[in-house]
Design a protein around this ligand. Structure first.
Ligand SMILES: Cc1cc2nc3c(=O)[nH]c(=O)nc-3n(C[C@H](O)[C@H](O)[C@H](O)COP(=O)(O)OP(=O)(O)OC[C@H]3O[C@@H](n4cnc5c(N)ncnc54)[C@H](O)[C@@H]3O)c2cc1C
Length: 330
């Protein structure tokens, strides 16, 4: 039996989860990511005196397969339950949020589970894949940084958001291209703010309604963080979409003013980030997509729903299906 070579574009949690399944079946897997690190939207920013999770804030686990994976993360100390005090904030009023939901975070940062997975995977960072081409039944990748890469693959998996995937495979697979077109992802303007002194708010995080924001959270209430008083404030999808073309400085000014209305204190340092493809407009209906004719496939949160658990499951299910297809065809 010849070892099939599989290339995965995207070292977010979906790409890494898929890689783990395929490697466990003996396939030769290489993962490529445009960033300098792994984890994608499970991201963490580090500044001089402070740092915080500025993408996914926490995750939940309900599917048995993901619960099993989470157990491994907990055992290895790369995730912990977050028992922060979370409230609802509506019309300027805070109310206690009665939640039974168990929320987990990566430790010491949201990137930790991805870094843990990547330890056993060949990941090539700072490789922005712009094009793919087929050479005598084998796929080759072209990256912005290195040009044509020498590896040749039997299968390629795109574990990246749909707009980005469509740009690369649009010419190669009509069926996958259509699936990409059908998913709409919404942006999220995110304010990152540091305070030298703790705020006097009596909660660690809030689901916000009737406001520019939909979520605010104190990063150092999460386990394994140091004592830097860092807050993240995510604008809601409607506001973010309406203001997607705002100049960064203008968006920063508005969000700072709005946050100050809640915090009562001006931040000592702050930054703003626009996530162009943060979350899905409406949930997807499939776990993954395969075009067996071209030997291209898609996975990622967006095929299910915009959650860490969905991203992991999408990669997991695709990995298992490809194992089945490729082992049978050998
Ligand atoms: C602001 C925000 C808040 C969120 N909050 C939560 C939350 O609280 N709880 C929750 O469960 N989920 C949350 N999510 C969603 C969660 O982060 C995602 O569902 C999950 O991380 C998606 O994983 P993924 O692997 O599918 O995609 P991604 O994490 O997006 O990974 C895709 C990877 O592909 C790489 N890539 C893209 N294009 C290319 C290319 N051309 N070449 C090479 N590499 C490329 C990217 O660098 C990235 O690393 C949030 C997301 C955002 C943005």
């Amino acid at each position: 039996m010849t070892t099939k070579k599989i290339g995965i574009i995207g070292a977010g949690i979906a790409g890494l989860s898929c890689a783990k399944q395929l490697i466990s079946a003996g396939f030769d897997v290489k993962v490529f990511d445009k960033s300098r690190g792994v984890g994608g939207r499970m991201s963490h920013r580090v500044f001089d005196q402070w740092h915080l999770d500025h993408g996914a804030q926490y995750f939940t686990a309900s599917h048995p397969q993901f619960v099993e994976e989470l157990q491994e993360w907990l055992t290895n100390g790369v995730a912990e339950e977050w028992n922060g005090k979370i409230v609802n904030f509506c019309d300027g009023q805070f109310s206690e949020k009665k939640h039974q939901t168990k929320r987990y975070v990566g430790v010491p940062a949201m990137t930790a589970p991805a870094k843990f997975l990547a330890k056993n995977i060949s990941v090539f960072k700072s490789q922005t894949i712009t094009e793919v081409k087929k050479n005598q039944k084998k796929w080759q990748l072209i990256s912005e940084e290195s040009g044509v890469l020498t590896d040749e693959f039997d299968y390629l998996i795109f574990a990246i958001p749909p707009i980005q995937a469509k740009k690369i495979i649009g010419q190669q697979s009509a069926s996958l291209s259509l699936i990409c077109e059908q998913a709409n992802m919404l942006p999220c303007w995110t304010l990152l703010a540091y305070f030298k002194e703790p705020l006097t708010l009596h909660f660690d995080a809030a689901f916000v309604q009737d406001n520019v924001f939909s979520w605010i959270a104190r990063d150092n209430s999460k386990p394994g963080r140091d004592n830097a008083h860092a807050w993240v404030a995510q604008a809601n999808p409607d506001w973010s979409l309406k203001n997607i073309d705002l100049d960064k400085l203008d968006a920063q000014k508005i969000l700072l003013q709005e946050f100050e209305k809640i915090s009562g204190t001006a931040s000592d340092f702050n930054q703003i980030q626009l996530w162009r493809y943060a979350k899905l407009e409406s949930p997807g209906t499939q776990n993954f997509a395969i075009d067996a004719n071209t030997q291209l496939a898609l996975c990622g949160d967006w095929l299910r729903n915009s959650k860490v658990e969905d991203a992991w499951l999408s990669g997991f299910f695709l990995g298992n299906e490809l194992k089945r297809i490729l082992i049978t065809s050998n």
